[in-house]
Each structure stands twice: as structure tokens, then as C-alpha cells.
Design a protein around this ligand. Structure first.
Ligand SMILES: Cc1cc2nc3c(=O)[nH]c(=O)nc-3n(C[C@H](O)[C@H](O)[C@H](O)COP(=O)(O)OP(=O)(O)OC[C@H]3O[C@@H](n4cnc5c(N)ncnc54)[C@H](O)[C@@H]3O)c2cc1C
Ligand SMILES: NC(=O)c1ccc[n+]([C@@H]2O[C@H](COP(=O)([O-])OP(=O)(O)OC[C@H]3O[C@@H](n4cnc5c(N)ncnc54)[C@H](O)[C@@H]3O)[C@@H](O)[C@H]2O)c1
Length: 474
């Protein structure tokens, strides 16, 4: 009998699941309150990365003269480049809509139905949808996937108005570059946006609650980025939290202090952007009535094949409160469908997740991030090779980064890596393949790389780790 699948949410967790289930012949309905692609495509990943592309172009104009490129008559481009923020935001919005339309066509072509509206569970096998047209539809399912994503956390005083005060959701309403921007929060969102605006020429003040920005990343990588941020003129307020805010016609004032509220001061700017985390979308969705457990932070706990505590209900993506990445959401969504449809499924490998912070340089990581990351791995050898000696990096003026590899002592199995480079999101791929397939540093070292390339340093770092293993064995 054809299995009936109802998916709540059309982000990567939802639409990737829909593709898999429809391709397997299930009767699939995706309930989505906005275009497919969800927050990922319309508000988060796609727009932020598209905006960063524009900021990198602006940055290249500032440094072009060092590469011997200038305007006719020898006029230096730096200082003459201007960002048309309205045009940037327009491009960003259109790219998101275009990508969303592509996904909708793909999902429909696979045979799934898209129902625009707000869904909620009316039981473990029933979903009620308030449709866009104002009616209510009741859908019966053999399996339900909850993939409703997350929304930006607000501080009690930080209500965004889309004019002077923003979270990542209102930001694209900007029509003029801020004169001065306070970015609160130095996690991935804060770091990416702070640097993008600094490159657009905005005077950025980054409020960072810890000793270093990007507390979840490799500290060496965070140190490189802090250097770059300050080189672009950004002010980092370290070990400071935002405690209050005042807004008027003239601008914003944010009260910052240390973690105990001491060393209080007000900093002023024209605009403020809050990047203080994301909260799973699980409220008012009938989860309790359907018997689905949630944690106090709203996340729905799931196992490695995306099962909740209720047999017919699966969950995927940000709503599960795991590592909030589009790729993880997609993998969880696909796993849920493989399991629900009785197919073979490999449990999600949390030890092999790859991620990238899209700053300049980018910081890409895979697997373990340091010897203390996972004691179960036993002793670990780590090597860091700076790009300073790499010929390609010199040509590209990209020498501040590095490649770092962690491998199990003795066997040389690659357990994790960090790459800091302009194209780290691509350079990490061979190391991600190595971690996923448990390859050794010897296998990575012996593969051909291109000369001259940044990737050459990956093989070189692996060779140096092989050397460590050989020395230990003698
Ligand atoms: C600024 C920013 C940049 C990011 N950049 C990256 C990046 O570069 N790479 C990366 O991997 N990750 C990135 N992320 C994280 C990534 O966006 C999320 O991990 C990803 O979107 C999660 O996908 P999802 O399918 O769980 O949900 P979402 O993409 O959040 O989609 C969920 C959808 O469900 C809808 N929905 C919610 N409730 C209901 C309901 N009751 N009925 C119907 N529909 C509903 C929502 O409106 C939304 O459309 C970024 C996050 C932010 C905030
Ligand atoms: N490139 C990417 O893949 C990408 C980009 C952006 C976001 N994301 C994902 O989205 C999720 C959310 O990212 P995020 O950066 O919004 O959240 P986060 O939770 O990673 O970081 C938020 C930061 O804000 C700080 N903070 C909280 N309250 C504060 C206050 N009052 N004053 C100052 N600082 C305060 C926290 O200490 C924390 O460091 C993450 O899981 C991230 O992986 C991914």
C-alpha cells in the first residue's frame, strides 16, 4: 500500500525528505507557510552568503591596487568603491526567490504535493492545516516529519523594528548602509555579518561575550579572524554582553558590561543587529497533544535516524536543536524518510559533520576539533601548516590562514580538520571525505594535488603527520 507522508516545513530538512520519499513512490504532502527552501533559502543561508559575495567584491576593490589593478589614469580603486545596499539587498532577495522556485519545481516534478499554510499535529497520525486561502485541511499520514526550523532569539529589550534594530530576519529591509553598526553576538551569524558590513565600509562594533569571537571554533582560527576584523577597522568589545538598549530618531544606544553586569558603558550607533542564537520552532504545533516530547528549550529530541518518542512522528533540522546547519537538516530529513519507508539507513555521523563560517578568510571544519574534543578517540596527533609558504596563497595574498589536521596516533586515521582560507568551504571537501571514510593521513598524502594550489598544503600537512607517525614508530 502507498505510504502517506506529511511533512511540516519546507526548509532543507523538509524538502530533501520530500524528494526522497516521493522518489520512493510515497504519497507526500509538504506543508509550508512560505516558499520551499524555508528559512535557509529565503532568510538565512542563501541571502547571507549572497550578501557576503557582494562584500567580498567590495573588499577586492579596496585591495586591487596591490595586485597592480587600478582605474584608467592610475587612479586607485580603494576609497572610491561604494556599496549600493538597496541593490545588494534586491539581488539577495531575488536569488532567494529564484532558488525557492527551483526547489518547488523539483519537488513537484518528483510527485510531491505542496500545501501552502500553517500546519499543526492533531494527533500522532493527523495534521491540520490552516491554508493560505483561509480554510482548514485535515491530512492523515502513516508518518509525519516535523521540520519547522528555528527563529532568531530576542533579548527582552531588543525588539527589532526593521529600521534601526534588526535580527537576521529583518536585515534585508536595509536600503542604506548604516553609518555605524553595533553587532551583538559573535557566533557564526554575528561574525559573518559584522565582517560583511565592515567590508561595505561601515564602522562596526562587535559585542563579543567571550575572550574570543566564534567560541565554538578552533581558537587558532578565531585568532586569525580577529586579526582580520581589526585590520578592516572593526572594534571588538571583548567579554561584554548587551544588557539594555535605547532607540530614538537619531540612532541606538546599547548598554554593555561584563558577564556580571560590571564595567557598564553605553555604546552608540545608527543601527543595531542582534545575532544571539536561534530557537527551535515547536510551540503551538500540537506536539504535546500528539505525545511528542520537547526539551525546555523547545527542541524535539531525536535519535540518529530522526525518530521522536512517538513511533509515527519524526523530526529533522533546527527544530531538533542539534547542530543547526542546512546540510544536517537535509541528512536528518532523508534519514527519517528512509526509516519510515522501511529502507536501509545509515545513522547520522555527528563525528563527521562539516561546516563553514563564511568570513574572509573562511573557516571550514570537519569532525573533531582538538585532542580534547572526544576522549574516546585516544591519543591524537595534530599538525598545523600555515599557508604562508604556499605559492598559490602568495599569489592570491591569502597567506594568513592554515590547514590543521587531527589524526589518531598510531593508525593515522584522519579524525578532523580545520582549514582557514578564502576558499576553505571547498578545500575542506577532501578532508571531509577522509573523515567520513576513515582514511589515513597516508592515503590523503599520496593523492595527487594541483600545482600551484592551496590544496597542495592539505597533502603536505598529511605528509607531515605521516612523518610524526613514522618517527613515533621508530
Ligand atoms: C543568518 C544565518 C545564516 C546561515 N547560514 C548557513 C550556511 O551558510 N550554511 C548552513 O549549512 N547553515 C546555515 N544556517 C543555518 C541554516 O539556515 C539552518 O540550519 C537550516 O535552515 C535549517 O533547516 P530546517 O529545514 O530545519 O528549517 P528552516 O530552513 O528553518 O525551514 C523551516 C520552514 O518551516 C516553516 N514552518 C515553521 N513552522 C511551520 C508550520 N507550523 N507550518 C508550516 N510551515 C512551518 C518555516 O517558516 C520555514 O519556512 C544559517 C542560519 C542563519 C540564521
Ligand atoms: N555559515 C554557517 O553555516 C552559519 C551561519 C550562520 C548561522 N549558522 C548557524 O545558526 C545557528 C545560530 O547562530 P548564531 O550565531 O545566531 O548563534 P550562536 O548561538 O552560535 O551564537 C550567539 C552568540 O551570542 C552570544 N550572546 C548571547 N546573548 C548575548 C548578549 N546579551 N550580549 C552579547 N552576546 C550575547 C552568545 O554568547 C553566543 O556566542 C548556529 O547553530 C550556527 O551554526 C550557520
Amino acid at each position: 500500500m502507498q505510504q502517506r507522508i506529511v511533512i511540516l516545513g519546507g526548509g532543507p530538512g523538509g524538502y530533501e525528505a520530500a524528494l526522497v520519499a516521493a522518489e520512493q513512490g510515497a504519497d507526500v504532502t509538504v506543508v509550508s507557510r512560505e516558499g520551499l527552501g524555508g528559512n535557509s533559502v529565503l532568510w538565512d543561508c542563501v541571502p547571507s552568503k549572497a550578501m557576503i559575495v557582494s562584500s567580498v567584491a567590495m573588499g577586492s576593490m579596496q585591495t586591487a591596487s596591490r595586485l597592480g589593478v587600478h582605474l584608467e589614469g592610475g587612479v586607485d580603486l580603494s576609497g572610491r568603491a561604494r556599496a549600493d545596499i538597496a541593490a545588494v539587498m534586491d539581488r539577495v532577495r531575488l536569488l532567494g526567490l529564484d532558488q525557492s522556485a527551483d526547489i518547488e519545481s523539483k519537488v513537484e516534478a518528483a510527485g510531491a504535493t505542496i500545501l501552502r499554510g500553517e500546519g499543526r499535529l492533531a494527533g500522532p497520525e493527523t495534521v491540520e492545516v490552516e491554508t493560505e486561502g483561509g480554510g482548514v485541511e485535515v491530512l492523515h499520514a502513516d508518518a509525519i516529519l516535523v521540520a519547522t526550523g528555528s527563529h532568531p532569539r530576542r533579548l527582552p529589550f531588543s525588539t527589532p523594528d526593521g529600521k534601526r534594530v534588526f535580527t537576521s530576519r529583518e536585515l534585508f529591509a536595509l536600503q542604506e548602509p548604516p553609518e555605524r553598526l553595533i553587532v551583538v553576538g559573535s557566533g557564526v551569524t554575528g561574525a559573518e555579518y559584522a565582517q560583511a558590513f565592515a567590508k561595505f565600509g561601515v564602522d562596526v562594533h562587535l559585542v563579543s561575550s567571550r575572550d574570543m569571537i566564534l567560541p565554538s571554533e578552533d581558537p587558532d582560527a578565531a585568532a586569525v579572524l580577529e586579526g582580520e576584523f581589526e585590520r578592516w577597522g572593526m572594534t571588538i568589545h571583548r567579554r561584554r554582553r548587551a544588557y539594555d538598549m535605547e532607540v530614538d530618531e537619531g540612532g541606538v544606544r546599547v548598554k554593555i558590561g561584563d558577564k556580571d553586569g560590571g564595567q557598564e558603558e553605553w555604546i552608540e550607533a545608527s543601527h543595531a543587529l542582534y545575532c544571539v542564537g536561534m530557537i527551535p520552532n515547536s510551540r503551538r504545533m500540537g506536539l504535546e497533544a500528539a505525545g511528542v516530547l520537547t526539551r525546555p528549550d523547545g527542541a524535539i529530541p531525536v535519535d540518529a535516524v530522526s525518530r521522536t518518542n512517538v513511533r509515527t512522528v519524526y523530526a529533522a533540522g533546527d527544530v531538533t536543536g542539534g547542530i543547526m546547519l542546512a546540510s544536517v537538516a537535509a541528512m536528518q530529513g532523508r534519514n527519517a524518510m528512509y526509516h519510515a519507508l522501511g529502507m536501509a539507513v545509515a545513522p547520522l555521523r555527528w563525528d563527521a559533520v562539516a561546516a563553514c563560517v563564511f568570513t574572509s578568510p573562511q573557516v571550514a571544519t570537519v569532525g573533531m576539533q582538538g585532542p580534547d574534543d572526544d576522549a574516546a578517540n585516544g591519543p591524537v596527533d595534530t599538525i598545523r601548516l600555515d599557508f604562508a609558504g604556499n605559492p598559490r596563497a602568495k599569489m592570491e595574498e591569502a597567506t594568513v590562514g592554515f590547514v590543521k589536521i587531527h589524526a589518531r596516533k598510531g593508525s593515522g586515521t584522519v579524525l578532523g580538520a580545520t582549514v582557514v582560507a578564502p576558499n576553505a568551504s571547498d578545500l575542506i571537501t577532501p578532508l571531509s571525505v577522509a573523515v567520513h571514510n576513515r582514511l589515513t593521513v597516508g592515503q590523503v598524502a599520496q593523492a595527487f594535488t594541483i600545482y600551484p594550489s592551496m590544496g597542495g598544503s592539505t597533502a603536505e600537512a598529511a605528509r607531515q603527520l605521516m612523518g610524526l607517525a613514522t618517527a613515533a614508530a621508530q
